[in-house]
Write a protein that binds this ligand. Structure first.
Ligand code: FAD
Length: 327
């Protein structure tokens, strides 16, 4: 029997789906199963989730775990944890994801295949299974800028995220993928990018999360194009609150996102007033989210930049809206 419980287990708030077996036997026991994100998305009219990233150094791992745990207290539907492609800190992703799951919140562990051998990927997958993580965001990772001409940057033979999706689905994970409302920077056109995205969806992704965007119209036209391409999996809108004016150029470098004049004006006007910039950036992100929910977008994914205070401020601006939508 499948039940959803909100009860306490060993002092930890438990809000997972679990299978109860042996109810009629004298030894009543429960096998706790981690929540699959696709089930959460299908059960709600609108979901809200966060992203955190792991530290570069081991010394900071505990503090990031605390940040992630603090974010769980805001009751998101799940929290995703990024993965340092080709980095030395890749194991931290699973550790942080486990800390999130221990709080009864679903975790989504990111995984990239660039510069990974088959053995390394298999080790990470085993580690995720041992830690009872059942949701993975399958990514290729950025093509390394420092790669030598003769370097094989895909030693596993996994050249596209879709290759990793197939493997993870075979391993029984709920699998997400990335998508790009303004086109992936390597793509020759937005149409080609969507054709390639279709391969990823056909390989079995359960949902997609978008790259950050600052103009909602970019997302709306992307969603129409997905529909015409026959892509019908849930799409979570990635929202990056810009709370520091210097972030903007970094974000444009990272994502190629179009920055509307309204956001540029905010950055210009409040560049040297950190508190005002923070307030205006939160208001801008809030405005984006309200518009998205009003127009029927069903998933909001906030890039928190490991700052619970920003996530908290946004949630307090939209929690009634989300509650009302989910009634
Ligand atoms: P793919 O889906 O493989 O696409 C990459 C390029 O190849 C695209 O141009 C696509 O059009 C093309 N392509 C795809 N399939 C095919 C095909 N079959 N034939 C021909 N061309 C094809 N990076 C990290 O290092 N760690 C993270 O944790 C991380 N998290 C992310 C989370 C989100 C929500 C997003 C949007 C990005 C994230 N990234 C992360 C960045 C991501 O790794 C880069 O954007 C990377 O360049 C592409 O990854 P992908 O999974 O989208 O690749």
């Amino acid at each position: 029997m499948l039940r959803t419980a909100i009860e306490s287990a060993e002092g930890v708030a438990e809000k997972r789906s679990f299978v109860v077996e042996g109810e009629t036997s004298p030894f009543k026991f429960a096998i706790i199963q981690p929540m699959k994100i696709v089930d959460i998305l299908n059960s709600k009219k609108v979901s809200l989730s966060f992203e955190v990233f792991p530290p570069k150094k081991l010394e900071a791992l505990e503090s990031i775990k605390k940040t992630a745990v603090e974010l769980t207290s805001l009751n998101p539907d799940f929290i995703s944890v990024t993965f340092g492609a080709g980095g030395t800190t890749q194991g931290y992703t699973a550790d942080i994801a486990q800390a999130i799951e221990n709080q009864g919140t679903a975790a989504l562990a990111h995984l990239t295949c660039v510069r990974s051998t088959t053995e390394a990927l298999n080790n990470i997958i085993s580690n995720l299974k041992e830690k009872n993580i059942s949701n993975v965001l399958a990514l290729r990772g950025d093509f390394p800028k420092d790669a030598a001409e003769d370097e094989n940057v895909f030693p596993s033979g996994f050249v596209h995220a879709s290759d990793l999706v197939s493997l993870l689905k075979k391993e029984g994970f709920c699998v997400g993928g990335a998508c790009y409302p303004e086109g992936h920077p390597e793509s020759t056109s937005r149409e080609t990018d969507i054709e390639n995205l279709k391969h990823k969806v056909d390989a079995g992704v359960d949902f997609l999360t978008t790259q950050m965007f600052f103009d909602n119209d970019m997302l709306y036209s992307f969603l129409y194009r997905l529909q015409s391409a026959g892509i019908h999996v849930p799409v979570l809108a990635g929202i990056m609150p810009i709370t520091n004016a210097n972030q903007v150029s970094r974000m444009v470098d990272l994502s190629n996102a179009y920055i509307p004049r309204k956001l540029l004006a905010i950055c210009d006007r409040f560049r040297n007033s950190p508190e005002a910039m923070m307030q205006a950036g939160i208001a801008y992100a809030t405005d984006q989210i309200i518009d998205l929910i009003s127009n029927g977008v069903r998933g909001i994914h906030i890039y928190t930049m490991n700052k619970p205070a920003i996530a908290k401020a946004i949630i307090s601006n939209v929690n009634e809206i989300i509650k009302a939508t989910n009634k």
